[in-house]
Design a protein around this ligand. Structure first.
Ligand code: PFF
Length: 450
């Protein structure tokens, strides 16, 4: 058991904001959001996404921060403290983080490799060639593993150095760098001669593309993008000082996350259209279409390098928030030292990630329900564990611990003004969020059809 008096914490509010924004802003924002929006009616999707962020995202984010800060414990310990019968919710979150980081780190490795390739220059203007490059890289039995090891090694290193000396310190460097690169790339893209056409594709709403599934895709994306449902935000909340303003920081981070996702689309679509590529390339947009775009662009190796550096920074700050809850759990509940916890846990996830990486190539014939191992990890985490974890966290905070207690913590014992507090706790957290997430879950596993 750790001693609450010597418990680590963030040194400043901005440290928390950068770390939590670092967790939220990841591959989900820069790789996944743009193609999802592009494929789902552009601005129409954006409007729905924004609505869900405001209604569900901020609500649940604030719920996790509040519970974490009150308990001064990470995932499992927090549940033990306020709702002893519900510890399994925390355990489920830990499992989710464990599975997600195992394959997230593999993709993090791809990003490092693509950064190096981008600097060297892709020199392939034909997407069928960049498609082959991607295919032959990810199916290679050894090469992706080297980069996966590198990415996991960096993740371990940061958590190994502690909350202030690792997570806060590196987030304070990496997040401003990420913002700067993002702005430079957005300016580059928006000043290309063919930018307007890309903007039209991205921003003119096409409501005919909106179906029930669009809402579901948006809800799932909000969840993953805000790192909800698995205790990352709860754990970071437990490191937030008692004097800080929870409603304020819990609104700022989702806004930042949404702005960055939106801006990623402003970078990608104008460039894709300017050089006449296919915008609806789906998940392959980043690794197949963009290398061809950068091959066409003057100084493409510079801009391509900057883009993959951006993606790398985003992925790394998210990865540390996946390792930290597990680390904190082993420290708090099992008395492990931080250094030992980070190295051992990170190494186990590295090994599982090897399986995920090989399932793209040599092990691709081992399938369950048509999914290779990589996709199984993703499916179990994103369709089962995250929505369930999120729903039960909201239930525990609002129904078991109680909205009165939650409001007390969120307002620093009534000393902060929080006008919408009652609405947040008694309407959104208690009813709307768990109900919506239950729908997400039931559709994800195929019981409900939309
Ligand atoms: N929010 C991250 C992204 O958008 O890529 C992914 C993520 C990080 C999900 C941490 C869950 C988590 F706990």
């Amino acid at each position: 058991m750790s001693d609450p008096n010597t418990r680590e914490g963030f040194a400043s509010k901005i440290g928390f904001i950068f770390a939590a924004a670092g967790s939220a802003i990841g591959l989900g924002n820069i790789w996944r959001f743009p193609w999802l929006a592009g494929a789902n009616g552009g601005a129409a999707f954006l409007i729905i996404y924004l609505g869900i962020v405001i209604l569900v995202g901020v609500t649940m984010f604030m719920g996790e921060v509040t519970l974490g800060r009150y308990a001064q414990r990470s995932n499992v310990g927090a549940f033990k403290k306020v709702a002893p019968g519900w510890t399994w919710v925390g355990a489920m979150g830990l499992l989710a983080g464990f599975l997600i980081l195992s394959y997230y780190s593999v993709v993090g490795g791809w990003v490092i490799y693509y950064f190096v390739r981008a600097i060297a220059g892709f020199n392939m203007t034909d997407p069928s060639l960049t498609g082959q490059l991607f295919e032959s890289f990810i199916t290679h039995p050894l090469l992706p593993l080297i980069f996966h090891a590198l990415f996991m090694g960096m993740t371990i290193w940061i958590c190994y150095n502690g909350v202030q000396g690792g997570i806060e310190k590196y987030s304070n460097i990496m997040m401003p760098a990420l913002f700067a690169i993002l702005i430079i790339l957005a300016i580059r893209s928006l000043t290309l001669p063919g930018a307007a056409e890309g903007l039209r594709f991205y921003l003119v709403p096409d409501f005919s593309k909106i179906t029930g599934k669009t809402f579901l895709d948006a809800l799932g994306q909000v969840f993953f993008s805000l790192s909800l449902g698995m205790g990352s935000i709860l754990t970071y909340g437990s490191y937030l000082s008692k004097k800080e303003n929870i409603p304020q920081v819990s609104t700022i981070v989702p806004i930042m996350d949404t702005l960055i996702a939106f801006t990623a689309g402003l970078i990608i679509f104008p460039a894709v259209f300017n050089y006449g590529f296919e915008p609806a390339a789906g998940p392959g947009l980043t690794f197949v279409t963009l290398p061809a775009v950068f091959s066409e662009m003057p100084l493409g190796n510079l801009f391509g390098g900057a883009f993959f550096l951006l993606l790398f920074l985003a992925a790394l700050t998210s990865a540390i928030s996946l390792l930290e809850p597990l680390t904190a759990y082993m420290m708090e509940e099992h008395g492990w030292e931080r250094k030992r916890a980070t190295v051992i846990l990170g190494s186990i996830m590295f090994v599982i990630g090897i399986g995920a990486s090989l399932s793209m190539g040599v092990w691709s014939s081992f399938k369950i329900a048509g999914l290779v191992f990589f996709d199984q990890l993703d499916w179990v985490a994103n369709n089962l564990l995250l929505p369930l974890g999120g729903m039960f966290t909201a239930i525990v905070v609002a129904w078991v611990w109680g909205t009165k207690n939650a409001l007390q913590e969120a307002t620093n014992d009534g000393t902060l003004k929080f006008g919408l507090g009652d609405f947040w706790a008694n309407v959104m957290l208690k009813y709307v969020s768990p109900a919506l997430v239950a729908i997400l879950f039931l559709t994800g596993i195929g019981i409900l059809k939309v």
